[in-house]
Design a protein around this ligand. Structure first.
Ligand code: ASP
Length: 297
């Protein structure tokens, strides 16, 4: 299993906290896999744990839209049958990835906004107070964003600390999941790559799985996660990760990162931002490997 905590350029202090968070999430997913749990359960448990961590931009701790709201996107994909469950524009759900998992069991792939929240109530996922998802760091970031704009600047919506996970289980089943508050200062109603199959995530037992993070518009335009998985037909996981990020940069000038697992269980990750906290765990490690502190892989 491999887990990421987004490709945002975070401060030194945040970095330490986020490294711990991804290590804990990789371990939690690993425990699920080691107990013969499915890849799907493993990625959902890892992402839900990171949604509850206020240091990351997903669930509690999400960034704010330009009008000051949390609006979250999440998705999960099952490589056995290419099933996808996705949600977008949620304001009142503590763990969007769990709701995405419920959508996967419905007749739809992607639900958004009020309809998605109505589906949450129907499927027994309690709605939360939107204020409970907002942390002081994001209030401050939002205030700075507004100030910069008022001063005539055009703050670029850069990568944030989105979370994602990819896993393969003993049966060779691959799954991927991701969750995000999106990009800081986004317009209300904007949907990024995270809940869009092919862009934010992809999983196919015949090849492998991937989850992307970074500038959602660029990841959408390059179909980043599906590109990474398609590249596994000819490349090792690490090379596939690099090729994806190079295409992101060369074709559309995008910034971001991707994590990849091939169907033979090899792992890769790459990013073109200063950092991307990553942790992975496999049968040969005693505890999660943690990296992503620089140099792109
Ligand atoms: N990809 C996310 C989005 O655009 C943000 C991120 O990964 O940092 O919504």
């Amino acid at each position: 299993v491999i887990v990421h905590g987004g490709a945002a350029p975070s401060s030194g202090e945040e970095w330490i906290v986020q490294r711990d968070a991804v290590a804990r999430a990789a371990w939690a997913a690993w425990e699920t896999l080691a107990a013969n749990g499915s890849a799907l359960d493993a990625v959902v448990s890892a992402v839900a744990l990171l949604e509850d961590d206020p240091s990351l931009n997903a669930g509690t701790g999400s960034v704010l839209t330009r009008d000051g709201h949390v609006e979250m996107d999440a998705a999960v994909m099952d490589g056995r049958d290419l099933a996808v469950g996705a949600v977008a524009g949620l304001r009142r759900v503590k763990n969007p990835v769990r709701l995405a998992r419920s959508v996967m069991g419905s007749e739809h792939v992607l639900l958004s906004g009020a309809g998605a929240e109505a589906f949450a109530v129907e499927s027994g996922v309690a709605l939360c107070d939107p204020a409970s998802l907002v942390v002081p760091r994001e209030r401050e970031r939002h205030a700075r964003w507004l100030e910069e704009r008022a001063a005539g600047g055009r703050p670029r919506a850069g990568p944030a600390d989105t979370v994602g996970a990819v896993a393969i289980d003993r049966g060779g089943n691959v799954a991927a999941a991701g969750s995000t508050g999106g990009t800081p200062g986004k317009r209300s109603g904007r949907i990024g790559d995270c809940p869009i199959p092919g862009a934010g995530l992809w999983a196919d037992n015949r090849a492998g799985g991937a989850a992307a993070t970074g500038e959602g518009e660029a990841l959408l335009r390059t179909g980043a996660s599906r590109s990474a998985v398609l590249a596994l037909a000819e490349a090792a996981a690490q090379d596939a990760a690099w090729m994806t990020i190079r295409a992101l940069e060369d074709r559309v000038g995008g910034r971001g990162g991707v994590i990849v697992i091939s169907r033979d269980g090899s792992i890769g990750f790459a990013f073109n931002t200063p950092r991307m906290p990553v942790a992975y765990m496999d049968g040969e490690l005693a505890r999660p490997f943690v990296g992503g502190g620089g140099a792109g892989s």
